[in-house]
Design a protein around this ligand. Structure first.
Ligand SMILES: Cc1cc2nc3c(=O)[nH]c(=O)nc-3n(C[C@H](O)[C@H](O)[C@H](O)COP(=O)(O)OP(=O)(O)OC[C@H]3O[C@@H](n4cnc5c(N)ncnc54)[C@H](O)[C@@H]3O)c2cc1C
Length: 389
């Protein structure tokens, strides 16, 4: 068993790290100032300019299939790069990527939606959650009824990330209530111009998702994504990707926070010595390191499982649960180690503290990950220690 990186993995990781350090981290003070004024921390044009700079040295479409001009990197390499992205709280992502299920678009839809989304000229969002259906997505009620060459959509979606900027939404709706999620849900590509209404939801963190209201919104039948009845597996595919990407980002954030805490513990003095000499501070640092490394290897295992063509869901649930809880523990401990300063807005710890809380909630809560892991074991689909069999 070899836990070392290949030369290519190391090169890509180091290049991503250099870019994040030189181009993205310097934006942090301005981002904090903007967010505190209630503005967008990283306006779309600035994000695109950064993405264009990264493209100059080949960082473009990291996970995008080669057929669409992407690098199609192995998932494990992508996870290493997302960890570097997570080192900064600037909401940066490398360009040339979009919602994974848009790759299911037919040729006409590719030209109209996929390629502009990859170029960043049209923004998308993904809408499955409803006011009465979050963890239990089989309970969605948004209805799509066929009417001539159109489908007519009625209902509500909520908590939709990037919805405020989106030019179009990928919306999961019920096309056959009898079949339910087993063949009765369908994915639609719905332009904002087709008439959905939205309003922004204020949150405790930087996220500004929207709620969406559909009142007889007519969507041409050619805007069905994939096949009619395929909406539930498409939704699961979209969500599945976040289950290794969110904890990969969490590792980067936790590494940076823990490094801050270690530096501070070496400088700050109480009772005649640095706080790093106190065993209670040492315990917080040690526990953080152990949780961080545990999460890292679960994320890399989940990513490796994807690359092996195996079903990654069990490992991805463990990675998401582990990474999200780890980041919350570390944000809390790092704030504690900084004492009163940690609680101020002079340091960015409070911002991370507010942001990382979301990671335990979206794209499958902690409880939903635990439910999936336990059900896999109880049903015999997975065996304890089974991946080394
Ligand atoms: C900022 C933000 C951005 C989001 N972005 C998107 C997006 O882009 N697109 C999208 O479609 N959705 C998005 N979501 C929705 C998100 O995925 C849901 O909020 C999440 O899945 C939880 O659903 P819920 O809020 O309805 O909670 P509920 O499902 O009502 O759960 C409430 C509580 O009950 C627990 N629970 C539920 N079922 C069980 C069970 N079987 N056993 C034990 N405990 C259980 C949950 O873990 C939770 O603690 C976003 C949410 C937020 C907050």
């Amino acid at each position: 068993m070899d836990f070392s990186l290949t030369d290519e993995q190391r090169d890509l990781r180091d290049t991503a790290r250099a870019f994040i350090t030189k181009e993205v981290m310097p934006l942090e003070p301005e981002l904090l100032a903007r967010e505190r004024r209630g503005e967008s921390g990283l306006p779309h044009d600035e994000l695109r300019a950064l993405q264009a700079r990264a493209r100059d040295f080949g960082f473009w479409g990291l996970g995008t299939p080669a057929a669409f001009g992407g690098a199609d990197l192995p998932t494990l390499t992508q996870a290493l790069i997302w960890t570097e992205v997570g080192r900064s709280f600037v909401p940066f992502m490398f360009g040339g990527e979009t919602d994974v299920i848009l790759y299911k678009a037919n040729e006409e839809q590719q030209a109209e939606y996929l390629l502009p989304a990859l170029e960043g000229t049209r923004a998308s969002c993904f809408a499955v959650t409803e006011p009465d259906a979050g963890s239990d997505l089989t309970a969605i009620r948004m209805r799509a009824r066929r009417d001539g060459d159109d489908w007519v959509l009625n209902g509500e979606k909520t908590f939709i990330t990037r919805g405020a900027e989106a030019d179009f939404a990928i919306v999961i709706a019920v096309t056959d209530p009898e079949l339910g999620y087993k063949g009765g849900f369908t994915a639609f590509i719905v332009d904002r111009a087709m008439g959905w209404e939205s309003s922004v939801i204020d949150t405790m963190g930087p996220a500004r998702p929207i709620s969406m209201s559909f009142d007889d919104v007519r969507v041409p039948a050619r805007n069905v994504l994939g096949e009619v009845g395929q909406g539930f597996p498409l939704a699961m595919e979209w969500i599945g990707r976040g289950r290794w990407r969110i904890p990969a980002v969490a590792i980067g954030a936790a590494e940076r926070m823990l490094t801050m805490a270690i530096e501070y513990a070496g400088q700050r003095r109480t009772f005649g010595t640095t706080i790093g000499e106190h065993q209670m501070i040492q315990a917080m640092i040690a526990d953080s390191e152990v949780e961080l490394e545990s999460a890292r290897w679960l994320v890399l295992l989940a990513a490796w499982t994807v690359d092996q063509g195996q079903d990654p869901r069990h490992h991805a649930s463990m990675a998401k649960l582990s990474g999200a809880t780890m980041a919350n523990h570390i944000a809390d401990r790092v704030m504690q180690i900084h004492g009163g300063m940690g609680y101020t807005r002079e340091l960015p710890i409070e911002r991370w503290y507010r942001e990382v809380r979301l990671w335990r909630i979206f794209e499958g809560t902690d409880e939903i990950q635990r439910r999936a892991i336990a059900k896999n074991l109880l049903s015999g689909r997975r065996r304890v220690g089974g991946h080394l069999a």
